[in-house]
Structures are given as C-alpha cells and as structure tokens.
Design a binder for this molecule. Structure first.
Ligand code: HEM
Length: 409
C-alpha cells in the first residue's frame, strides 16, 4: 500500500522542486499540543471552523490598528518611512505569542442580535432600565451579576441553571460553597417579572442574566461594553454535584485554570482577560487566608505575595477571624472597571492564588503585561465575554422559557 509520504515523494522528488507546494511541519506540529489537537478534531467534526475562522479574521483585522492621528496615509503602499519596520516586528511578535487565537464566535448558531425584536420588542430596554435603576443605588451590583453570569456559563452552559432553587430535596448549583456567595438573584427576578407582564413566556432567564451582566457593567460608561446576541433558552437541570470541578477554585494553579478554561473553549488570553473582572468586587477572607497564615501547612505565608500587602491583609483578616469578612480585590479602585487589577497583579498584590498564578506562565505573564501597558484589555475583555456568553447555549427548541427564573415550568 503506498503511504501518503510515498504519494508526496512522487510529487516532490528529491532534490525537491521548490516551486511545488506541499505540507508544512508547522501544520503537523498542531497535532502535538493537546489543546490544538482537540481544536483540530472539533473543527473536523463540526462546522464550527467557518464561524471561528471568520471571528479570528475579524480580530486580526482589528489588531494593533493605528487610528485617529497615529501613523500616516501613505502615498504609495509599498513605501514606508523609516521606523515603520517596528510595527511589522510588533505584529510578528504578536503572532509568535499566539495572540491570534481561535475563538467561538458571537454569532454562534441559534443566537442572534435582537432575537426578541418581534416577539418582545421592549425586552432589552426593560433589562437595561431595571438594571440601571438597581446599579444606581447599589454600585456593588455589577460585580455580583458578572460573577453570576460566569458561574452560570461554566456549568451546563449559559442556561440559567445557576438561578434554579433546589427541587425534590436535591441541592442545586446555588447551594454549593462557591455559589453561596453569589447575590443579585432578586434583580434577575424583578426583571423577569417586568418582562413577563408584557411578553409572557417569551424571554429566557439565560438571556436576561447575560444582558443584565453586560448592562450593569456598562452603566458607568453609559455605553454597551459588548454586544449580547440573544436566543438562549433555559435549562431544566441544576445539580450541586456539577459545581465541583467546573467552577475554578481560588487555590488553582495555572495548569488547572488553563485546562478548565480550555474545556469551555477559552484560551489563555480569555483566562487573563476574564480574570480582569477581579478589578471590581470583593472576596471573603476564607478564599485567600491560607496565603497569609498556612500556605504549605507549616504556618508560613505565600512567598509570591508582597510581604507588606500580606501584613495589611492579615490586619483585615485576623487568623481564625470571621472567614466571611470581605476585602476589596482591587483596593485602589474597587468599584471602577479599569485595568488596575493588572497593575497590582504585577506588584504581587493579586488577592487570590488563582490571580497570582497568572504570572507563572510565559504567555499569560506577557498578556498581563500587555493589558497593563496598553488599553487593549477593554476590547479583549469584551470579546472574551462574548465567548463566555455563548458557552453551551440551548437554542431552538432545546430547554424551555421559564415562567419564573427560580423554578422549571
Ligand atoms: C480564573 C478563575 C477564577 C477564580 C478562581 C475566581 C474566584 C473568585 C473568588 C474566590 C471570588 C471571591 C468570592 C467571595 O469570596 O465572595 C471571586 C470574586 C469575583 N469574581 Fe472570580 N474567579 C475567577 C474568574 C472570574 C471570572 C472569569 C469572572 C467574570 C468574568 C469573575 C468575576 C468575579 C467578580 C466580579 C468577583 C467579585 C464578586 C463580588 O464582589 O461579590 N471571576 N472570584
């Protein structure tokens, strides 16, 4: 049986005619990395490739673009002024760093912009208005809703399973340790009630949560920070047993975080960008006090945590004190969605072990530095949120449209 290599040898006899095209070692190398291999298989099995290719092309076209009065409008395209070569080198380095990453698109099958345009034209306005009213009196709410959306999407996809109460004595997702500190359920209930009053049985709780999270975070800037395509449907199952292993632990190391995010179709860039959500909100002492008092079981502190900052944290979270006491994750600007998280992270003041671990991988560290040193974080966070909001969505006739977000129909 002639092999494929035999076939290629017949096309490219030795010494090879360099004008004949063939296969690259760099392509074969994609089989040697587990995540790249999984992605190849997914592209081969499904139609996701076409969508994801177009998404990456969109991102590539927007990379490091010069706008406004940066750069110049060349008279001749093939003649550049001295110095422009650095842009080329910059682009090549971004390529080498793998910044062009494969992503699932916002236009994932079944989700579309303005899904409720005909069936409930006011739906998105109601979500926005109600969310804004609530954020106005509770500036901590954006952190609650963003985290709730993340925890929803990482278990069974963005299907509002996190909103369901326990049923038939079976504990639900919300009954588990990481989810017991979620709040904002009442806000989703209020929005749902208002929408049900005008369009009964039409708008899913999953869409309401996804829109409300975006609207809450966008409130201060008064501008939608990313687009939320809609058409999600609600799941009928919520199991406490599925939380462990799907919601990342604050004690995770880099490899664990990378694997968990990869299992949801998210790369290192997404991991770093989305961790940037820790630029707002609070964490309980219980989630990081091990770093202060007993890091390796010998009464020691985490050596990667800035020592002076550790002292301050110890004063806020005394040993054997109340584990439910909260501390700002980004003390300089705890309510402002800025890039300060990356600044303090690089000063070894990331609060959680899972934050600090982002400095332990070369690509991740380069991404942290890039986000700290430029304004690319905001666009990339938005892009990653779009991907997050499309994880495992139920669409078409799957699932249901719940009447109340806390119970299945
Ligand atoms: C990378 C893995 C992650 C881990 C291990 C992690 C873990 C945690 C922990 C332990 C807390 C403190 C909870 C508490 O004590 O109440 C927290 C807070 C928070 N997380 Fe994450 N998180 C991760 C990623 C994310 C992502 C992807 C988002 C959103 C896109 C997010 C958004 C938030 C927000 C906004 C808060 C503050 C919540 C509040 O103020 O109540 N986190 N996270």
């Amino acid at each position: 049986m002639p092999t494929y290599a035999d076939f290629l040898r017949s096309k490219c006899p030795n010494p090879a005619d360099p004008s004949i095209t063939g296969l690259f070692q760099s392509e074969a190398a994609l089989l040697t990395d587990p995540i790249a291999f999984k992605t190849l298989k997914r592209f081969q099995r499904t139609n996701a490739f076409f969508r994801e290719f177009s998404d990456v092309m969109e991102r590539m076209g927007a990379m490091a673009v010069l706008t406004g009065n940066e750069g110049e409008i060349r008279r001749q395209c093939n003649k550049m002024r001295a110095g422009n070569g650095s842009l080329f080198i910059f682009m090549v380095s971004l390529l080498v760093l793998g910044v062009f990453r494969v992503s699932s698109a916002s236009t994932i099958k079944g989700l579309q912009m303005n899904f409720y345009k005909k069936s409930c034209p006011d739906a998105e306005n109601i979500v926005k208005q109600t969310t804004r009213n609530r954020v106005e009196t509770n500036p901590a709410l954006p952190a609650k809703l963003i985290r709730m959306h993340f925890h929803d999407c990482f278990i069974r996809g963005c299907d509002a399973s996190v909103l369901l109460d326990a049923a038939n004595n079976n504990p639900a997702e919300k009954d588990t340790v990481p989810n017991q500190t979620l709040s904002g359920f009442d806000v989703i209930d209020d929005i749902k009630t208002e929408i049900e009053n005008v369009c009964p049985g039409t708008v899913s709780c999953a869409d309401i949560l996804s829109l409300a999270a975006r609207d809450a975070l966008s409130f201060p800037s008064n501008k939608d920070m990313w687009k939320v395509p809609t058409g999600r449907r609600d799941g009928r199952i919520s199991l406490a047993s599925e939380v462990n292993g799907n919601i990342p632990s604050p004690f995770s190391n880099f490899a664990t975080l990378q694997q968990l995010f990869a299992s949801k179709g998210l790369g290192i860039n997404d991991l770093v960008a989305l961790s940037g959500a820790h630029t707002i909100g609070v964490a309980r002492c219980a989630t990081f006090s091990r770093r202060l008092y007993n890091f390796t079981g010998k009464g020691d502190a985490d050596p990667t945590l800035d020592a002076t900052y550790a002292d301050l944290l110890r004063s806020k979270c005394p040993n054997l004190g109340n584990p439910a006491t909260t501390v700002d994750m980004d003390p300089p600007t705890p309510l402002s969605f800025d890039k300060s998280y990356f600044t303090i992270l690089l000063e070894n003041k990331g609060l959680l072990q899972s934050d600090a671990t982002l400095l332990t991988n070369g690509f991740s560290l380069a991404t942290v530095r890039r986000f700290q040193g430029s304004n690319s974080f905001f666009g990339e966070f938005a892009a990653s949120m779009k991907k997050l909001g499309a994880i495992g969505v139920l669409t078409g006739t799957d699932g249901e449209i719940r009447k109340q977000c806390r119970v299945v129909n």
